[in-house]
Design a protein. Structure first.
Length: 279
C-alpha cells in the first residue's frame, strides 16, 4: 500500500449527506477557523498488551462540530462517515463527532501534517482506536445509524473505544539481575493510557498480582493522552519474579481483562514481565 501524496492547491473537503447546507471547503478556508491544540494518543485496534502500535502527538486543527453546526444536521442523523483520498472510509457516532475534542487536524507537533500522517488534513477522535482517526480526509458524510466503515464491514468491533491500557517498558522481559551487583534499586518504567478518560493512578505488583503498590506518574498527558510512570524496587531475595502493572482511568475504574470483549474489539488485560534474580 502506497500512502497518497495530496496537492493541497487542488484538495477540498466536502460535507454532505443528512445536512441542510452541503458545502465544499478549501484548505485556506479551514485554517481560518479558530484553532484548537491538544495532546492526543492514538493506538491501533490490533495492538497487543506489550506491543508498540501506539504513539502520542500534539495536534492542531478545528473541531469537527464547527463544520457540522454550519451544515445543519437533519433529523435521523446518527453517524458520520469519513472518506479518505485513498477511498478508505470509517464511521463515528454523531455524538462523538460533535465533541469539542474531535478535530480536523492540519498540524502535528507544531508542523504541517506529514504525508504519512494524512496531509493536508486528518481526523483525531480521542478515545477511539486509530482506525477511526481517518487520514487524508476529503469528505464528511452525515448518515443514519446503518452506516458502516471499512473495518466494521470486515467484522471488527462493535466496540472501538480504547480500554484502559498500561505497559512495562523497562526492564526487559526475563532480564537477569544479580543481587550482589545491585548498587541501587531496579527502576521499573512504562506507559498508561485511558483513552479519553485520562489516568488517575498506576499500580505495580512484584508477586504476580497478589499485592499491589503505587507507582509514580511523572508525566501526565491529561485526559486524552498517555501518562508515563516509574517505580523503584529492590528484590528481597534471589528467585523468579512476575511483575504486573495496572492503571486506573480518570473515572477511577481499574484496568482489567474484559471477558465479554471480543478479539476484534481490541485486547484487554494486564501486561506482565518476568525477572530472574540471582544471588
Amino acid at each position: 500500500m502506497v500512502d497518497p501524496t495530496v496537492n493541497v492547491d487542488l484538495w477540498h473537503l466536502e460535507i454532505g449527506g443528512l445536512v441542510q447546507n452541503p458545502a465544499t471547503w478549501r484548505f485556506q478556508d479551514l485554517v481560518g477557523f479558530k484553532p484548537t491544540t491538544q495532546e492526543t494518543t492514538l493506538m491501533c485496534i490490533s495492538n497487543g498488551l506489550d506491543a508498540g502500535l501506539i504513539s502520542n502527538a500534539v495536534w492542531k486543527g478545528l473541531p469537527l462540530r464547527d463544520l457540522l453546526d454550519q451544515a445543519g444536521v437533519l433529523a435521523g442523523a446518527a453517524r458520520v462517515r469519513l472518506h479518505a483520498v485513498d477511498n478508505y472510509t470509517d464511521t463515528v457516532p454523531l455524538k462523538k463527532a460533535m465533541e469539542p475534542t474531535t478535530l480536523l487536524a492540519y498540524e502535528m507537533n507544531g508542523a504541517p501534517l506529514p504525508d504519512r500522517h494524512g496531509y493536508p488534513m486528518r481526523v483525531i477522535v480521542p478515545g477511539y482506536f486509530g482506525e477511526k482517526n481517518v487520514k487524508w480526509l476529503t469528505r464528511i458524510e452525515v448518515t443514519d445509524a446503518n452506516a458502516k466503515g471499512f473495518y466494521e464491514a470486515q467484522g471488527w468491533g462493535p466496540d472501538f473505544i480504547v480500554p484502559t491500557r498500561s505497559r512495562i517498558d523497562v526492564p526487559d522481559d526475563w532480564a537477569f539481575v544479580s543481587l550482589g551487583k545491585l548498587t541501587a534499586p531496579i527502576e521499573v518504567k512504562g506507559i498508561a493510557y485511558g483513552g479519553d478518560r485520562g489516568i488517575s493512578r498506576v499500580e505495580l505488583s512484584f508477586d504476580d498480582g497478589q499485592t499491589w503498590s503505587d507507582a509514580e506518574i511523572y508525566y501526565s498527558g491529561g485526559k486524552l493522552a498517555w501518562s508515563l510512570w516509574k517505580a523503584q524496587w529492590t528484590p528481597a531475595k534471589a528467585g523468579d519474579y512476575s511483575l504486573v502493572v495496572r492503571a486506573f482511568d480518570g473515572d477511577g475504574d481499574v484496568q482489567e481483562w474484559e471477558e465479554d470483549r471480543g478479539p476484534f474489539s481490541g485486547a484487554s488485560g494486564l501486561h506482565k514481565i518476568n525477572l530472574r534474580v540471582t544471588a
